[in-house]
Design a protein around this ligand. Structure first.
Ligand SMILES: Cc1cc2nc3c(=O)[nH]c(=O)nc-3n(C[C@H](O)[C@H](O)[C@H](O)COP(=O)(O)O)c2cc1C
Length: 221
């Protein structure tokens, strides 16, 4: 394997919002190819309960955009004016404004994104024990990330979103998603503009990695 390429893909696949090219239609064959790659991801007991609803119809995209915007407005109202969650030296603080502005841009332009992909999985776990919840989401979320990676490698950007799930039932009606199916993520998808994505500043993994007991960071490396 070419580690340089693999590591670059893994460290520079960002949430693309402002740099989604809203003027170009995404080639459906390219997306179909990426979905075949994505389903190589693991699923609990090899259940393979994944489904992907690829939405290009303008009226359906507009309807989903309405749901998204409504959830975004509520989220923004609930979080605006609140004291910062992180202190000034926290790397998450440095990007908070950028992420917020980028998220606002996405909400405003959601209807214009040429393709939306809703990743779904068979089953519902809202009243199930933790093991069942972890198994269900763990059987779709790896495929979603693989999809984002495969798309990015082909010049297509996406952003992981979940806000529309505030209105999951309405989204199910728009897309004819049957009862008993869980929507796990919605990816706005478009070719990206420019290709200078860089690794993000994160909380260091070694500060969050514990050897043998929670909190023991000194470690063997
Ligand atoms: C579970 C999950 C839910 C997310 N939901 C949203 C969302 O609804 N809207 C949005 O704009 N971004 C959403 N994001 C994207 C995050 O804001 C983003 O991953 C984070 O700011 C880090 O930026 P990066 O992906 O560019 O590294 C979500 C990400 C995850 C993993």
């Amino acid at each position: 394997m070419n580690l340089e390429t693999v590591d670059k893909l893994l460290t520079t696949t960002r949430s693309v919002r402002r740099r989604l090219d809203l003027t170009r239609t995404v080639d459906p064959r390219l997306v179909a190819e990426c979905l075949e790659i994505a389903v190589q991801a693991p699923t609990g007991s090899n259940s393979q309960g994944y489904h992907f609803v690829v939405v290009t119809d303008a009226a359906k995209r507009a309807a989903l955009a309405e749901l998204y915007r409504s959830a975004w407005a509520d989220y923004r109202a609930a979080t605006t004016g609140q004291p910062p969650v992180w202190n000034a030296r926290d790397p998450r603080m440095a990007r908070a404004r950028l992420v917020r502005d980028s998220a606002a841009y996405l909400a405003e332009n959601f209807h214009a994104v040429p393709m939306l992909i809703v990743a779904c999985v068979d089953g519902r776990v809202e009243h199930a024990p933790a093991m069942m919840q972890a198994s269900l989401y763990g059987s779709i979320l790896p495929a979603v990330w693989s999809l984002m990676l495969a798309l990015r490698a082909r010049g297509v950007g996406s952003a992981w979103t979940t806000l529309h799930l505030v209105h999951e039932e309405q989204a199910a009606k728009i897309l004819n998603i049957p009862a008993g199916v869980t929507q796990a993520a919605l990816l706005p998808v478009a070719y990206f503009l420019g290709d200078d994505f860089a690794p993000a500043r994160r909380m260091a993994a070694h500060e969050r990695t514990y050897w043998d007991s929670w909190g023991e960071c000194s470690g063997a490396v």
